[in-house]
Design a protein around this ligand. Structure first.
Ligand code: BGP
Length: 459
């Protein structure tokens, strides 16, 4: 029983462009770093070329969303569909037309579009021309892209997410086009310079948007690691706090307060990472802040302090991640810890007050096979049920959560682990995937979520 979730709550589900669309070179789309990364895995089961072919199945997919009773759909616009090289002066009209159709169809089904501008798929053209986010020119190209999206879709889309999981991009810098074989210090020097440019670019975009649409919402989609200490020893507790501050809260602090926190700058200084700045940057960050946040939340992360610690080490070399043997884990090591969600949400409220929060991802992955046309995904159902109950309690605690969008609406290409790691409420049969059959099946979790939405909302 849910007691606190309002009847007009945005019950939704989530995807991202390169993970569902396929059509990787159709209608003028350019290549992104996400495409290039996926080709290195060299099999079509693992790359972005076809995935679940949402680009050609979108009408059928929106019909399933309607059947599920979704009130919101969180998806991303493919940056290289709009600006094929990122650096182009004019947008690709065919790319814009695709999203106009999709958004219009969602609106006509009363499904609120929640749009991510950049979900891991920076156009390769920018990376080839000047290195991508490590260069300051990327700020201008991102602002140009955002302006184009506001111009085209600003009247239709109320909720915008700028960058998905910036902290992940920095810790896995090949996703930014940074060479992983570079020496440690050089690699992170580049990654944190890129991080800094992403902060500036978003600040400019927040400002622009909020001046134009003061009643609508814009913010980042944060990778939220609710970090727990492996023991009650102060050094483990400190390690957990340091990781959570540096990885998760620094991103939110900058987005909401318009200032880079001292604990973050100190950590970089310790690691001898020097960021190139311009005198006007402080002002840019201060002037453009977000007015809501998207939170991607999957599980808790448990850390301990390494025994051998040197204060000059970089944070990630001072801690170990551990697993709690009492918790259930996916085959990929992500734990099932729903109370962790409530704990994380309460922390957000204590730190940021009444800021509206949207859960933009939350989900359970497993390998699945059809059994007489069915998928009995009972583990995913318990995951959803228990996380939704904890979200309901969080709202009772006073946390201003406005929407829940589990990952994922439909099976899709996982960022790290190909197509066999499935998250969807809808199963996709990829036998003969090249032929675009890609038949959709509703999983048991689809039926569960449908009933839950029906019981807890007004239609
Ligand atoms: C988040 C990303 C998603 C998604 C998810 C699951 O980091 O925003 O794009 O893929 O994690 O991760 P994975 O696909 O590696 O299982």
């Amino acid at each position: 029983r849910l007691n606190n979730i309002p009847k007009d709550f945005l019950w939704g589900a989530s995807t991202s462009a390169f993970q569902v669309e396929g059509a990787y070179q159709e209608d003028g789309k350019g290549l992104s770093i996400a495409d290039i990364r996926s080709f290195k895995k060299s099999t079509q089961q693992l790359d972005t070329k076809v995935t679940v072919d949402h680009y050609h199945h979108w009408q059928e997919d929106v019909a399933l969303m309607k059947e599920l009773g979704m009130k919101s759909y969180r998806f991303s616009i493919s940056w290289p569909r709009i600006f094929p090289n990122g650096t182009d002066a004019q947008p690709n009209e065919t790319g814009l037309a695709f999203y106009h159709q999709l958004i219009d169809q969602l609106l006509s089904e009363k499904i609120e579009p929640i749009v991510t501008m950049y979900h891991f798929d920076q156009p390769m053209g920018m990376i080839e021309e000047y290195g991508g986010w490590i260069d300051r020119r990327s700020i201008t190209d991102f602002v140009k892209y955002a302006e184009c999206l506001f111009e085209e879709f600003g009247q239709k889309v109320k909720y915008w997410l700028t960058i998905n999981e910036q902290a992940v991009l920095v810790v896995a810098p090949d996703m930014l086009g940074i060479d992983l074989t570079l020496p440690f210090s050089e690699k992170y020097q580049q990654a944190y310079q890129a991080n800094y440019h992403m902060w500036l670019a978003q600040a400019k975009v927040y400002k622009l948007f909020r001046e134009r649409y003061p009643h609508n919402y814009i913010g980042p989609a944060i990778s939220h690691l609710t970090t727990l200490p492996a023991s009650k020893k102060s050094y483990d507790m400190m390690a957990a706090k340091e990781l959570e501050d540096f990885y998760t809260f620094s991103q939110i602090d900058v987005a909401l307060n318009g200032e880079i926190p001292i604990y973050f700058s100190n950590e970089l200084a310790n690691a001898q990472i020097t960021i190139q700045t311009y005198p006007e940057d402080g002002e840019i960050l201060k002037e453009g802040t977000a007015n809501f946040i998207g939170v991607n939340w999957y599980c808790t992360t448990i850390v301990e302090a390494k025994k051998e610690r040197h204060s000059s080490d970089f944070l990630f070399t001072r801690i170990n991640r551990t697993l709690d043997p009492d918790l259930l884990h996916t085959n990929w090591g992500w734990n099932f810890d729903p109370v962790g969600l409530r704990y994380g949400m309460r922390e957000l409220m204590h730190r940021y007050g009444d800021i509206p929060i949207m859960i933009t991802e939350c989900g359970w992955s497993q390998e699945e096979q059809l059994e007489s046309g069915k998928i009995h995904d009972s583990q995913r159902i318990s995951y959803l049920k228990e996380h939704i109950e904890q979200m309901d309690l969080s709202i009772g605690d006073g946390v201003n959560i406005i929407s829940f969008n589990p990952w994922s609406f439909i099976d899709l290409l996982s960022v790290g682990d190909g197509m066999e790691k499935r998250y969807g409420l809808v199963f996709v049969d990829r036998t003969n995937f090249e032929k675009r059959q890609q038949k959709r099946y509703k999983k048991d979790s689809f039926e569960f979520y449908k009933e839950l939405i029906k019981a807890n909302s007004v239609n």
